[in-house]
Design a binder for this molecule. Structure first.
Ligand SMILES: NC(=O)c1ccc[n+]([C@@H]2O[C@H](COP(=O)([O-])OP(=O)(O)OC[C@H]3O[C@@H](n4cnc5c(N)ncnc54)[C@H](OP(=O)(O)O)[C@@H]3O)[C@@H](O)[C@H]2O)c1
Length: 347
């Protein structure tokens, strides 16, 4: 089958290869085989190519956690799913029945793993996934948007609505405008009835963030001291919640933006993981830092229901032919995108 593969970890994008020679995976008894129409890239694909201690891949590895497609085959124990159905899936997977899984907290299970991270992903003609991870794509829904949504929406939903306990009328600051998690966070915060503040890297992205519903946007290319701007814009009180997945480069400013008792939500550290946290600010301002990863199957169903209703609307940046995978990654790494970058897999 056609696929994007790499055979070794490397900082270089040169290791990605297009092949037509991968073997079609055989679905396990509780899996389905899906013909992939579109796949989407995430920052995770970049970290996986670099590799880290403890990540032991079965090379050749296939990138991409997100996809949309059509079921072509079902495993022998699969009920309720048939060939021909249009589907996408929660990329978070798990094994067995530990206490977290029994409580529906799949993303806390020690067994959690992610499609395209520890196991071969979806940038291929076919992908096999557990049937329990699937969700049906409504007949009239755009297959590109369906491929764009899963990973970033389930992550942003869990972080804001479950771990972060966001309430209507709270003030949320989102650090970065056009990222996958950030565009989802702008929309989810608005849907929850929050007032949304955004830090954008340039004027164009600032404008796009306003179109997404942001109430107040700061263009950091004009003034990088944005914590002061946020402080003044909130009547010298600060925001209730900061969404910061940038990490090392921004955490100190983000912490300064919080009101007394505020919370910083994190799912990533794109600029680095060694952020400085002034301890006096933590206790003096009663702050909380709340980390999370991905979401449960219930979170996934909940957020995808809103996506398919159109109350949350994935932003598509650009669609590349799958053979141009390297160019797609280059665009993301250059931070040129606003929304999700897709690969067209089906000819
Ligand atoms: N734990 C999880 O479950 C999980 C899930 C998804 C993602 N993540 C992690 O979360 C991070 C974001 O993922 P993503 O897919 O949304 O990435 P992305 O699409 O590449 O977005 C990166 C965002 O970071 C912003 N940014 C970068 N440097 C900045 C700086 N110095 N100051 C302010 N903003 C800056 C960009 O702002 P502009 O748009 O304004 O340029 C952009 O919005 C990654 O590290 C990823 O690995 C974790």
């Amino acid at each position: 089958m056609r696929a994007i593969i790499f055979n070794e970890h490397s900082p270089s994008l040169e290791v990605y290869q297009y092949t037509e020679d991968m073997v079609v995976p055989e679905p396990g008894p509780e899996q389905v085989l899906i013909e992939v129409h579109y796949a989407a890239i995430n920052r995770l694909d970049n970290w996986v190519r670099h590799g880290w201690k403890g990540l032991n891949l079965d090379f050749p590895h296939i990138p991409c956690s997100d996809f949309s497609g059509v079921i072509v085959k079902t495993g022998e124990r699969v009920e309720n799913w048939q060939p021909g159905q249009r589907v996408t899936a929660n990329p978070l997977m798990w094994h067995g029945e530990d206490r977290f899984i029994l409580r529906g907290e799949h993303n806390l299970s020690p067994t959690w793993h992610i499609l395209g991270e520890n196991i071969r992903g979806a940038c291929a003609e076919y992908v096999a996934v557990p049937a329990r991870n699937l969700i049906a794509i409504p007949e009239d829904y755009d297959m590109r948007k369906a491929a764009a949504a899963s990973l970033v929406y389930v992550t942003a939903w869990h972080s804001l609505m479950v771990a972060g306990d966001l309430r209507a009328t709270e003030k949320v600051l989102i650090v970065g405008a056009g990222g996958g998690v950030n565009t989802a966070s702008i929309q989810i915060s608005k849907l929850a009835g929050a007032e949304v503040f955004v830090i954008a890297s340039d004027a164009k992205k600032a404008e796009r963030a306003r179109e997404q519903g942001a109430d107040w946007v700061h263009d950091r290319s004009t003034e990088d001291n944005w914590s002061k701007a946020v402080y003044l814009a909130t009547g010298k009180e600060g925001v209730d919640v900061v969404v910061d997945n940038v990490g090392e480069a921004t955490w100190q400013k983000s912490l300064r933006c919080l009101r007394n008792g505020g919370r910083l939500l994190t799912v990533g550290g794109t600029s680095g993981y060694n952020a400085v946290v002034p301890v006096n600010m933590m206790f003096g301002k009663h702050l909380r830092i709340i980390g999370s990863t991905m979401g449960s199957q219930f979170d996934y169903r909940t957020v995808m229901t809103q996506v398919f209703r159109g109350t949350l609307d994935p932003v598509i940046d650009r669609v590349f032919p799958m053979q141009e995978f390297r160019a797609a990654m280059e665009r993301m790494l250059a931070n040129e995108h606003f929304g999700k970058i897709l690969l067209q897999v089906k000819k």
